[in-house]
Design a protein around this ligand. Structure first.
Ligand code: GLY
Ligand code: MN
Ligand code: MN
Length: 436
């Protein structure tokens, strides 16, 4: 049985026989006039079908003799010469194992009848493409049926909580793909470290990252790379990547390749001239201590929020020790004054999405406990922008983050990105070697 069929079967076990699931995939977005952005399939539709073309709708009917119906683009010779092959309806059935397939242009005629006898309609339409039609579809039978026939009163229910819960725990196949994404990114981060020197432009390093992931089977990044020299690193999602890199500054690179739809997300910070200054060493070591202390606690059963708490405790105490924050630990902790320099949360699930889906709370509203086969990032940082006049000048213009990708195992964890140099000596030593 294909992986996708297995997932559909698993889903069927969770749904009543009178349910139907409608997942509307993505359409291509316009970049400019008739130029489109490179297409990426909707992850939930892909998760249950493996289908990655634009303009698809999957209809899943537990217990039906035709449980998997796919609406997709029809074959079109001219369009295919211009923009590439389409599976068409035959391909939907033969390659993607749909039980029925219809041209997506016929959705109005063919979708409502698929809801027959189904009174619970689970709907997911991330881009809102058919949200103006869904009520007509679910009410159509009632509106067109004579008064002496059974009329179906249907419930519209959100599908996202069900599928996103399923996606939190990764299968061996998914873990293998995430590992390959991380591996490609590992090569690329190492290549950036080796190339880095004063005077280069941030964009040149971005290009190096892209080339190296491509050399390792990953053709694209799963989010715009952040290649930020000096003060630019204090902008969390900086992506201009067009400044010259100055001797004496740090470079923060947050970049991750994607492998067969699965993501990696790794950040390293390093001295542009190859040697951490005294202040850079102190702050870098503090962030490294924070992530290492959080990682050391990881195992099934640990509370998700404990990762953030541990990171913040280490950072708060360290910022006091360095004289960047004033007051006792209790005062700093109570007032949360450390947050002005730590500014973001310390991680997220990782999978088909870089900020992968799934709730961080259980059904009782309590923080989630870690479980085997969860994959997530840990990413503490410290940011002291140039304009921050409340701290000594020597600390300003520093943005610093370390981000690793973690798999929870039966008894502990695996740091998937550990092969990207992360200690000061590892980084300085790789930077000083022309060749690995
Ligand atoms: N690169 C985005 C993030 O770290 O969450
Ligand atoms: Mn991240
Ligand atoms: Mn990141």
């Amino acid at each position: 049985m294909s992986l996708y069929k297995q997932r559909r079967e698993l889903l069927n076990q969770q749904l009543d026989r009178n349910s139907v699931v409608i997942i509307v995939g993505n359409t291509q977005k316009t970049r400019s006039k008739n130029i489109k952005y490179h297409f990426r399939a909707d992850n939930d539709l892909f998760y249950f079908s493996g289908f990655a073309e634009p303009d698809a709708i999957a209809v899943l009917r537990p217990g039906h003799e035709h449980p998997f119906v796919l609406f997709n683009r029809g074959k079109d010779e001219a369009a295919e010469i211009n923009f590439g092959q389409r599976a068409g309806q035959q391909g939907a059935i033969q390659q993607f194992h749909a039980d029925l397939a219809f041209d997506v242009l016929s959705v109005e005629q063919n979708l409502p009848q698929l809801l027959e006898h189904r009174t619970k309609v689970y709907y997911l339409d991330e881009q809102g493409l058919y949200q103006h039609r869904i009520f007509d579809w679910i009410n159509q039978q009632r509106q067109t049926t004579p008064f002496d026939k059974i009329k179906y009163h249907r419930q519209l229910l959100p599908f996202a909580p069900i599928v996103h819960n399923m996606r939190v725990l990764k299968s061996p196949e998914e873990i293998a793909k995430i590992k390959l994404a991380v591996k490609a990114s590992t090569h690329a981060h190492r290549a950036v470290m080796r190339q880095l020197k004063p005077g280069l432009n941030e964009g040149q390093l971005e290009a190096t990252f892209l080339r190296e992931i491509a050399n390792h089977g990953s053709k694209e990044v799963c989010y715009p790379s952040i290649v930020a020299g000096g003060n630019n690193a204090c902008c969390l999602h900086y992506e201009d990547n067009n400044c010259s890199l100055a001797d004496g500054d740090l470079l923060l690179i947050d970049a991750g390749g994607e492998y067969q739809h699965y993501c990696s997300d790794i950040t390293r910070t390093m001295p542009i001239n190859g040697k951490f200054s005294v202040e850079q060493t102190q702050l870098y070591q503090l962030v490294l201590n924070a992530i290492d202390e959080a990682i050391a606690q990881l195992k099934p059963g640990l509370c998700w929020s404990q990762i953030y708490t541990t990171c913040m405790q280490v950072l708060a105490q360290g910022l006091i020790d360095l004289g960047i924050l004033t007051g006792s630990f209790d005062e700093v902790w109570q007032s949360e004054s450390y947050k002005q320099f730590t500014i973001h949360k310390t991680g997220h699930f990782l999978g088909l999405d870089v900020h992968d889906v799934g709730s961080y709370h259980d059904n009782q509203g309590q923080w989630l406990k870690l479980q085997e086969n969860m994959v997530f990032t840990i990413e503490p940082g410290i940011y002291i922008p140039q304009h921050c006049l409340t701290v000594e000048e020597k600390w300003r213009g520093i943005g610093l983050r370390v981000e690793d990708d973690i798999l929870i195992t039966k008894t502990g964890y695996e740091n998937l990105s550990a092969a990207v140099p992360r200690t000061i000596s590892e980084i300085e030593s790789l930077m000083s070697s022309a060749e690995e």
